[in-house]
Design a protein around this ligand. Structure first.
Ligand code: TRP
Length: 371
């Protein structure tokens, strides 16, 4: 695979905003290889926090980008916390539309792919008061100019649908530090657009410990685990995104999938070959089929040869539908039991609240504010 670029939804455009190493990508990649080795040896020493904004259903870009990695870590024995970042939806819009529905869709997606609520904690950060209270001392530890420099926030501001930048847009990376540090997570699987936020989280943890820790560390400095997820394009040849109507969602039916793939952009060359640089749309389709088949995109291309784009699309549709069939079946099953969904979430929130309360108590003790 040539195009090994990581991605996350919505903020992902930042990845192309400048030289990737301005974000520390290559250092994070090297560190991630070391971490993978440590995880294999001793999964019990890691606690992972990761999550998504509830703005719509998750799609194949998310799936191959980060979701399957979460389940992989869970299966290796790592403790997993998944935040549904409901407040974060309000960074670039005035109103969080259909929030409850989007939250439930995310829970469904997580359960369908195999996040196990008996072992992993799924929660909404809005429901965890002590987590949110950490935001105040954390804000005191960062300067306005540091907030101003965050390349991912800058990029989001430039794409925002609001005319004015809200205080939350400007400060949400500090809130994200609270998402991560409230449970003392030491590992955060991210796409490269999230690296600046993780760097800020490390800074907050370090400064808190220096200022209030009296020689002992209240917070760990979490590591980024950069996934080597390939970049999948949407069916229009641009970044796959919830908001662009170019994404194959996990929840889509087989027919919807067929329709989307049928309308996908390709090129006029009949011979199908994998060449991401010169044939991005065809290559992304090949990659998608290859990921579903567990083979290389070159092999998939060789199968199709000179049969053209229609044959390619047929292969893609069949591969995706076959791969997603069990996930979709589980999703439909869980979807019939809304009470169960609510129970998963309220149990997750309860667990998160207990963890956050304990951390806030430590923070209060360290800051000498127990009254
Ligand atoms: N910012 C992430 C996104 O938009 C979502 C998120 C919120 C998150 N809090 C987090 C990711 C903490 C990792 C850790 O995709």
């Amino acid at each position: 695979m040539n195009t090994v670029v990581t991605q996350t939804e919505d903020a992902g455009a930042a990845a192309s905003a400048g030289p990737t190493d301005a974000l520390g990508t290559s250092a994070a990649q090297a560190r991630s290889a070391v971490l993978e080795e440590l995880i294999r040896k001793d999964p019990g020493r890691f606690r992972v926090l990761t999550g998504d904004r509830p703005t719509g259903r998750l799609h194949l870009g998310h799936f191959f980008g980060t979701l399957h990695n979460r389940v992989r870590l869970q299966e290796l024995g790592v403790e997993l916390f998944v935040v549904i970042a409901d407040y974060q939806v309000l960074t670039d819009r005035d109103v969080a539309d259909n929030l409850l529905q989007h939250v439930e869709e995310l829970v469904l997606d997580y359960l369908a792919i195999g996040v196990d609520p008996a072992r992993s904690t799924i929660f909404t950060h809005g429901a965890v008061p002590a987590l949110n209270q950490l935001m105040l001392p954390f804000l005191s530890l960062v300067s306005v100019s540091e907030l101003n420099r965050n390349p991912t926030v800058k990029d989001e501001i430039s794409h925002s649908r609001q005319s004015a930048v809200s205080g939350l847009m400007f400060t949400y990376p500090v809130h994200q530090a609270a998402d991560i540090l409230f449970c003392k997570a030491n590992l955060v699987p991210v796409g490269q657009d999230q690296l600046p936020h993780l760097e800020l989280t490390r800074t907050v943890a370090r400064r808190f410990n220096d200022r209030y820790g009296a020689g002992s560390a209240v917070f760990p400095q979490p590591d980024a685990l950069l996934s080597s997820a390939p970049l999948l394009l949407g069916t229009d040849g641009t970044k796959m995104s919830k908001s662009r109507n170019n994404a194959i969602t996990l929840a889509a039916t087989a027919d919807e999938t067929a329709r989307l793939v049928k309308g996908a952009k390709t090129d006029s060359e009949r011979h199908i070959s994998y060449d991401p640089a010169t044939r991005p749309e065809v290559s992304s389709l090949l990659l998608l089929a290859a990921l579903c088949q567990g083979r290389s995109p070159e092999q998939v291309a060789a199968d199709i040869g000179s049969a053209g784009a229609a044959a390619l699309k047929k292969v893609v549709t069949e591969s995706v539908n076959e791969y997603l069939a069990p996930i979709r079946a589980r999703r439909a099953e869980y979807g019939r039991d809304r009470a169960h969904l609510r129970a998963v979430l309220s149990e997750g929130n309860e667990r998160a609240r207990a963890v956050a309360d304990a951390t806030l108590a430590e923070v209060r003790a360290a800051m000498n504010t127990c009254y």
